[in-house]
Design a binder for this molecule. Structure first.
Ligand code: UD1
Ligand code: CA
Length: 461
């Protein structure tokens, strides 16, 4: 028996007031429907059927790298009608897991629990008790206490005052066999307050056939909360960020304020021993970020797809993207490491230094106001303030190579392609466009003149 998934995502999401389909709005940097797809993939789903309607082109291009069955629902006639669009892809013997596309925080562990429940039942239904169940489908059970077996789901708009008092609600997430689903969906009608084909009506059909309907609950209600507007989107974003922040703290990371860290991707920290990473406020970690032990990240830093070694200090207001920073380097404040930057052990990049596609060797320093692009800088090199690698002639990019132990005087322009030898020195203010051999001094600037009988002009009366 294989697991088939149906994700309902054809709704327009009118209340988002957006040109972007609702299910493509991101949570922690990832479209919410992609988050759901990734979660179900982790369960080993054999096939994913995505029911779509509005924003087809945007959806298809945003999700093109997923292998899903695209099930078009031309008109949104209700959740039951939506599921019907996926039925051609479903085998009778499949277990069919149905999910809504706008509740992005559902956890694999909860779905696994629901799958366990399904093993001993005909229908497994994920329900939750809410303080305020307004708008949700209510779970109707046998017996006066509302504790017996499940009989039906009644939508808010169709419920009696007594039913409205029920706080156990339908999350929209359920599992049943392909055969049962097909039989029941074909019997749905739209005789209800919204004139929609309600998927939830299959529950009463199951009960009437004497089928065994069992429920499971998520760990927290936030997992099944749907997003209809941007207020809810922001609330779920914060809840998710809080959860990620707490997980990091449990791993040994000090967060100066867990409410002011945003993780839009995955953070990997060092293992075993003490981790002792400290992260100051307003830090954004995006993509895949790997942090070694004893790393310290200052306020307002953005780290994107990068690897940071043990003991590295990243001072405030620095941006590190697709860069590799080896152990004990110091970066910033106000440094920008662009894609392809590599800092070897103990290197230092200070304020207002921009690097791109460049290696800064062991113990080398570029402490102030520089641009180092398309460059290979050896070990223990000192790059003076204001040094620029002139890597671009307007058409092509060229490389600058600087040997170990070289000293580049302040405000030098290194016109690439050019090579500075080992232990060579470049005098401050030089424009270098020819190779400088090892151990030599190169000075390329206008000579200073001193005029000893010069007089300052005086103001005319
Ligand atoms: C639905 C459930 C309700 C449950 C709630 C949980 C039904 C009839 N009601 O109500 O019991 O408490 O979810 O959030 O199932 N969709 C389509 N095509 C359609 C209609 C909907 O793809 O024709 C999709 C929507 O894009 C959405 C999901 O199905 O992702 C749920 O639809 P929505 O209209 O939000 O249902 P609710 O009224 O919230
Ligand atoms: Ca909804």
């Amino acid at each position: 028996m294989s697991l088939s998934v149906v994700i309902l995502a054809a709704g327009k999401g009118t209340r988002m007031k957006s040109a972007l389909p609702k299910v493509l709005h991101p949570i922690a940097g990832k479209p919410m429907v992609q988050r759901i797809i990734d979660t179900v993939k982790s369960l080993g789903a054999e096939q994913i059927n995505l029911v779509y309607g509005h924003g087809a082109d945007q959806l298809k291009s945003a999700l093109e790298h997923n292998s899903v069955n695209w099930c078009h629902q031309a008109e949104q006639l209700g959740t039951g009608h939506a599921v019907q669009q996926a039925l051609p892809h479903i085998q009778d013997s499949d277990d069919v897991l149905i999910l809504v596309g706008d509740a992005p925080l559902i956890k694999a562990s909860t779905l696994q629990r629901l799958m366990e429940v399904k093993k001993a039942a005909d229908v497994a239904l994920l329900t939750v008790d809410l303080e305020d169940p307004t708008g949700m489908g209510r779970i109707i059970r046998e017996g006066d206490q509302g504790k017996g077996s499940i009989k039906a789901i009644v939508e808010h708009k169709d419920a009696t005052p007594e039913q409205l008092a029920i706080r156990e609600i339908n999350t929209g997430i359920m599992i049943m066999s392909g055969a049962d689903l097909k039989r029941w969906v074909s019997q749905l009608d739209n005789n209800n307050a919204q004139n929609e084909y309600y998927l939830v009506d299959v529950i009463a059909m199951a009960a009437n056939e004497g089928k065994h309907i069992q429920s499971a609950q998520p760990d927290t209600a936030i997992e099944v909360e749907g997003i209809n507007n941007r207020v809810q989107l922001a609330r779920l974003e914060r809840a998710f960020q809080r959860e990620q922040a707490e997980a990091l703290m449990m791993q040994g990371v000090t967060l100066f304020d867990p409410a002011r860290l945003d993780i839009r991707g995955e953070v990997e920290t060092g293992q075993d021993v003490a981790i002792d990473i400290t992260i100051d406020v307003n830090v954004v970690l995006q993509g895949k970020v790997k942090l070694g032990n004893n790393v310290s990240i200052g306020a307002n830093c953005i780290l994107i797809d990068c690897e940071i070694g043990d003991g590295v200090v990243i001072e405030a207001n620095s941006i590190v993207q697709q860069a590799k920073v080896a152990a004990h380097c110091v970066v910033g404040p106000y440094a920008r490491l662009r894609p392809g930057t590599v800092l070897d052990e103990g290197a230092k990049v200070g304020n207002f230094v921009e690097m791109k596609k460049a290696v800064l060797g062991k113990g080398s320093k570029a402490n102030h106001l520089s641009y180092i692009g398309d460059a290979e800088v050896g070990e223990n090199v000192n790059i003076g303030a204001g040094t620029i690698t002139c890597n671009y002639d307007g058409v092509n990019k060229s490389k600058t190579i600087i040997g170990d132990g070289a000293f580049i005087g302040s405000n030098s322009a290194l016109v690439a392609p050019v090579e500075i030898g080992k232990n060579a020195t470049v005098g401050a203010g030089s424009t270098i466009n020819k190779p400088v051999p090892d151990n030599n001094l190169a000075v390329a600037r206008a000579k200073q003149r001193v005029n000893d009988n010069w007089k300052r002009p005086v103001k005319k009366s």
